[in-house]
Design a protein around this ligand. Structure first.
Ligand code: AKG
Length: 193
């Protein structure tokens, strides 16, 4: 096994799980090379690539190990039948964020099924979750370190927005320390309804 099967539940948010050390350093660099070899990001103005249906082979392999890591997870933390569907994912987004770039608060479109996975590469970042029906200040920050995987399901997917605010210096702080922003690449895997 070249990946971690240790999952954590994000206590405050039902349906949000984090696998901090999902990919080894070597696997992260293989994945990064495969993505950059696609040639999607040769022009500076392009920072997102989307694929539907048959995914590149590296993404299919990634899906396979996501399925395995869920199957082997401690069932007291993560339900083993969470991602039983076939195919597991048929839509891929790769986002490339330069320092200062992030993504606004959103809930993923309803045309995607429940059960969304995000793998992070390169710069760590803080992803902020905020409830769609806000009564008080209940935001929850999650650190997405390189090689980590998060899974969003149920409430986490439908009742919480997620965002990454890297607009200004000082916004990305984790445990009192400002994160040194570098390029970040994320891989989001979903299944169309
Ligand atoms: C999206 O593309 O909808 C995302 O939320 C991406 C999040 C990320 O880059 O980690």
């Amino acid at each position: 096994i070249r990946y971690s099967t240790v999952w954590e539940r994000v206590e405050e948010i039902n349906g949000l799980w984090l696998c901090r050390n999902f990919l080894s350093i070597a696997h992260q660099s293989d994945l990064l090379s495969a993505i950059l070899n696609e040639g999607w990001f040769v022009e500076e103005s392009i920072n997102q690539a989307m694929r539907f249906g048959d995914l590149p082979s590296w993404a299919t392999k990634l899906s396979d190990i996501i399925r395995e890591t869920v199957e082997y997870a401690d069932v007291s933390v993560l339900p083993a039948d969470l991602l039983w569907r076939e195919p597991l994912f048929d839509q891929l987004i790769v986002n490339l964020y330069q320092p200062g770039e992030g993504i606004c608060a959103h809930v993923d479109l309803l045309r995607f099924e429940d059960g969304i996975a995000i793998v992070s590469l390169e710069s760590p970042c803080v992803m902020r979750f905020s409830p769609t029906e806000k009564e008080e200040d209940e935001d929850v920050d999650v650190l997405l370190s390189p090689g980590s995987l998060i899974l969003m399901s149920g409430e986490a997917r439908y009742q919480w927005k997620h965002e990454i605010n890297r607009k200004q210096k000082g916004f990305q702080v984790w445990e009192g320390e400002e994160i040194d922003q570098k390029r970040r690449i994320s891989i989001t895997l979903r299944k169309l309804c």
